[in-house]
Write a protein that binds this ligand. Structure first.
Ligand code: MG
Ligand code: ZN
Length: 540
């Protein structure tokens, strides 16, 4: 644990140094009048440690799927973009959750833990998206989680708590972004849809064409899909409906979250795939939004980096980062010949305290080296400093830890044995465990998987506010995913400090007109980052 904490600090020191020498420091002037479009890309939970995984993979994996070893982050810097470091804490606390952080990014003001679009006193305040609409711009929100989940919600809703997603959906509809794409149909359809024979159910089955599970979380019979249509939205529930949509667009492609990035990778070449990728959603949104002569504001969230980190699922987290990277690449490519578009890539906070770390396991054998100092001695480090092949093995994971444990829980009770757990893990990851290790993992209290098949903090069932006291707690040692991560840690050279968030400052990459980019460098706080974004959108 000590090693990984020092890894974090060293990372910060290095990155801070980087900030200081990143290209020519542009003059600190206010945002340019000429910035027409602003695209903010948020990797939820994507702190410097997460980014370190992607950069390490890109540069050192023998069979990296990023062929030229260049990530979107590299491209931003290589093409004159800037790098800054931003603190994320909410008002009067050390650590932030996504709701408070999203609110601070969206409003430029301090918010409090778990609030959506409110200032620290609890008052609704306008968001950058609402201001962009006032400026006559088109706006969009995209996520691979639920569109009513904390991060996108913070840009177009104002509620006392992030869990109030039924009200958040109504707020978002009232705010009226031009494009909303993501998951979370369950908060948009009437309660009556849960009754099999109801008219609402039949109607929904027809319009969704079987693409999305129909079950409502609403406590009322409002049909927000119909209300959206009245406001001029085209509805989409699959990729082809989305691609055919003309302009104002509400796309809901999942009952809850969209598929995790390993499932997406597995289905990418499937001709029957009906769910759009984050990149495809971004491409469609930009097609629509860029038709407005006044410009646009678009927020794109890769929301499941955080979930992978909560689960301490390193292979999944790598896939999530690659999903984000592909989207950044697309956006950079779209904007490459433009001088009127600002692209900001950041995170809302850091999750998990991740790092590669050296071990005392499988110590390297002594070998000869050609250098002068090794003519009459062999080279033999005292520790195992890590094998680059681990990077390919991490990417080779076939199922998320959550899916693996869901598969285990679906076995009949007598088949839920350590041997069967080890088999499932060994079939789906490149880091095999023994039956004895599986036994250790199962010795925790029985935590069923989060009801949507996603582990929010791992795996407690936390659908409603009633269980809130269990919602944001440190769960590392009673959580099966986290325990699996511990068992394979030495083989992966990976350490995780926690199953929740940390306050490690996050990086801010910005690319756009020089004067507009200037404020986004240096050491700032997310309230400032939010305000600079608002200034850029408002042309101030
Ligand atoms: Mg989020
Ligand atoms: Zn989180």
């Amino acid at each position: 644990m000590k090693n990984s904490i020092s890894t974090i600090f060293i990372t910060i020191i290095l990155l801070t140094a980087l900030v200081g020498c990143a290209h020519k420091q542009p003059q600190l002037t206010k945002a340019s009048q000429k910035t027409k479009n602003v695209i903010m890309i948020i990797g939820d939970g994507m702190g410097p440690e997460q980014l370190g995984l992607l950069l390490t993979y890109a540069r050192q994996a023998p069979n990296s799927v990023l062929p030229d070893g260049k990530t979107g982050f590299d491209k931003i810097i290589h093409h004159g973009g800037s790098l800054g470091l931003s603190l994320t804490n909410a008002h009067n606390v050390l650590v932030t959750d996504s709701a408070a952080s999203g609110s601070q990014l969206a409003t430029g003001q301090y918010s409090r833990s778990e609030m959506i679009g409110l200032d620290k006193d609890g008052n609704p305040i306008p968001t950058v998206l609402e201001k962009a609409i006032q400026e006559g711009k088109s706006t969009g929100l995209i996520t691979d989680t639920r569109i009513t989940h904390a991060t996108p919600a913070a840009f177009a809703a104002h509620q006392a708590h992030r869990s109030m997603e039924n009200s958040i959906a109504m707020d978002m509809l009232n705010a009226g972004p031009t494009v909303m794409l993501g998951g979370g149909l369950r908060h948009w359809i009437p309660k009556e849809a849960n009754i099999k024979e109801s008219a609402s159910r039949k109607e929904l089955e027809e319009i969704t064409q079987g693409a999305v599970r129909i079950k409502s979380k609403r406590k009322d019979n409002r049909n927000l899909l119909k209300e959206a249509q009245k406001k001029g939205y085209t509805l989409a529930f699959n990729k082809s409906q989305m691609e055919a949509a003309p302009e104002k667009l509400l796309g809901l492609f999942a009952y809850s979250a969209m598929p995790d990035a390993i499932r997406v990778s597995n289905s990418l070449d499937d001709p029957a795939r009906s769910i759009p990728t984050l990149k495809e959603m971004s491409s469609k949104a930009i097609d629509i939004l860029s038709q407005n002569d006044q410009g646009f504001f678009l927020m794109i969230e890769a929301g499941q980096i955080d979930w992978a980190a909560h689960a301490n699922d390193t292979g999944l987290m790598l896939h999530e980062l690659v999903r984000l990277n592909e989207t950044i690449d697309y956006v950079l490519d779209w904007a490459k010949d433009r001088d009127d578009t600002m692209i900001i890539v950041t995170a809302d906070h850091t999750t998990g305290g991740f790092g590669f770390s050296y071990t005392g396991k499988d110590l390297p054998r002594a070998k000869t080296l050609p250098g002068k100092m090794f003519q009459d001695r062999s080279y033999k480090p005292g520790y195992n400093f890590g094998d680059q092949n681990v990077l390919d093995k991490l990417y080779a994971q076939k199922l998320s830890y959550t899916d693996i444990f869901t598969g285990f829980d679906e076995l009949s009770e007598e088949n839920q044995t350590p041997a069967n757990l080890a088999r499932l893990i060994n079939e789906n990851t490149a880091f095999p465990i023994t039956t004895a290790q599986a036994q250790r993992i199962l010795q925790t209290e029985d935590n069923p998987i989060y009801e949507d098949g996603h582990s929010y903090l791992g795996s407690k069932v936390v659908p409603e506010l009633d269980n809130k006291d269990e919602f944001f707690v440190y769960q590392k040692y009673d959580n099966r995913q986290n325990l699996l991560a511990l068992e394979v840690g030495a083989d992966q050279f990976v350490v995780w400090n926690t199953g929740t968030h940390t306050n490690t400052p996050v990086l801010v990459f910005a690319k756009g007109p020089q004067a507009a980019v200037a404020p986004f460098t240096g050491i700032i706080h997310h309230t400032q980052l939010g305000q600079f974004t608002i200034d850029t959108v408002s042309g101030q």
